[in-house]
Design a binder for this molecule. Structure first.
Ligand code: SF4
Length: 335
């Protein structure tokens, strides 16, 4: 559904500048922005994907992944189509890099989404699968309603959102699950068609605005697996988001335009884990490695097993009043 957008500047000759994501596209009349979901019509920006849903599911929140935010609960999850990135390894390329003609979508209004979220027994609503920042108007309206209904709200995002857009939705957004894909501008430019710096800026801002932040780094063999680069990412998170920030290092599987690579060796993921722990991060996780002990949450002081996970399934959560029941250490977690 088409709806007039927000956050744009009018330029000469009926051109517009979209200020929703950090590309800040200048769009000529009749043309689309880089995400192909926002169009200049007669000198105004319109979103083409208001109410437009490609994917709807009730997921364990661990699938986002979010490990320190309502563990063991369900999150009603919606995705639309389009993306502002062009990742060569995209897992959801069939919805993120598609056109309207090729895509299968249904209409779900914000009101219906909130109703379905509540009916499903979910404690939260997540905008995920494709990039939620480009779905700004719809996710904003939905987030306002979600908060009124007592639901927590989650962006699963590449972080390429402008400060204006983030500040606008911030009063209604609880969690910012962000990818830090690499610490190399070259990687972001060549592999994703974007830049690293705005991702770091928005992530820092989300933290300053009081959102719960967890980071995910997909480790791609020969692309983003050097100890030096992993150390840079960890140090940035340590210094800017704090040592209690959950960091996830996830296994790459050959996908889309990167189907000629091999899956990330377990040794490489464990190397990333060791680096993050050595640098002082307290909650580090490995992903896409079902059954590995580093899916679990351990007390950073006495090493007691606090949350037992197997894939997306959660066993007992042993944290009591935000503390380890054995040694009393404070555990930063939203329950
Ligand atoms: S959301 Fe980003 S990619 Fe899409 S039109 Fe706006 S600035 Fe361009």
């Amino acid at each position: 559904m088409i709806k007039e957008g927000v956050l744009f500047d009018k330029l000469a000759d009926k051109k517009v500048k979209c200020n929703v994501c950090s590309h800040r596209c200048t769009i000529a009349e009749g043309k689309l922005g880089l995400c192909r979901t926002r169009q200049n019509k007669d000198g105004k920006v319109y979103t083409l994907i208001y109410n437009t849903v490609s994917s709807e599911a009730v997921d364990p929140i661990e699938k986002k992944p979010l490990y320190h935010f309502l563990p063991g609960t369900l999150s009603y999850s919606l995705g639309s189509i389009g993306c502002n990135f062009r990742c060569q390894h995209c897992q959801n390329w069939n919805i993120s890099q598609t056109t309207f003609e090729e895509s299968h979508t249904i209409e779900i209004t914000p009101e219906t989404a909130i109703k379905r979220a509540l009916e499903s027994g979910s404690k939260s609503i997540s905008w995920t699968y494709n990039e939620p920042a480009i779905w700004h108007e719809y996710t904003y309206d939905s987030a306002v309603l979600a908060k009124r209904a007592g639901l927590k709200t989650i962006y699963v995002t590449n972080g390429y959102i402008t400060p204006e857009a983030l500040l606008r939705i911030a009063p209604y957004l609880d969690a910012f699950r962000v990818d830090i894909k690499s610490f190399s501008e070259d990687f972001y430019r060549k592999t994703c068609g974007a830049r690293l710096a705005p991702v770091l800026e928005s992530t820092k801002l989300a933290k300053e605005l009081g959102m719960h932040v967890e980071t995910v780094t997909l480790i791609i063999p020969a692309k983003s697996d050097s100890p030096e680069e992993i150390t840079q990412i960890v140090r940035w998170v340590h210094d800017n988001l704090g040592i209690d920030t959950p960091m996830h290092f996830t296994r790459f599987h050959p996908m889309y335009k990167m189907d000629d690579l091999y899956p990330t060796p377990l040794d490489t993921l464990e190397m990333a884990y060791d680096i993050a722990k050595k640098e002082g991060m307290r909650f580090v996780y490995l992903g896409n490695v079902g059954g590995h002990k580093y899916e679990n949450t351990y007390c950073p002081k006495c090493n007691t097993l606090l949350i037992d996970r197997l894939g997306f399934r959660v066993g007992a959560v042993k944290i009591k009043d935000g503390k380890c029941p054995e040694c009393g250490e404070g555990i930063a977690i939203v329950v």
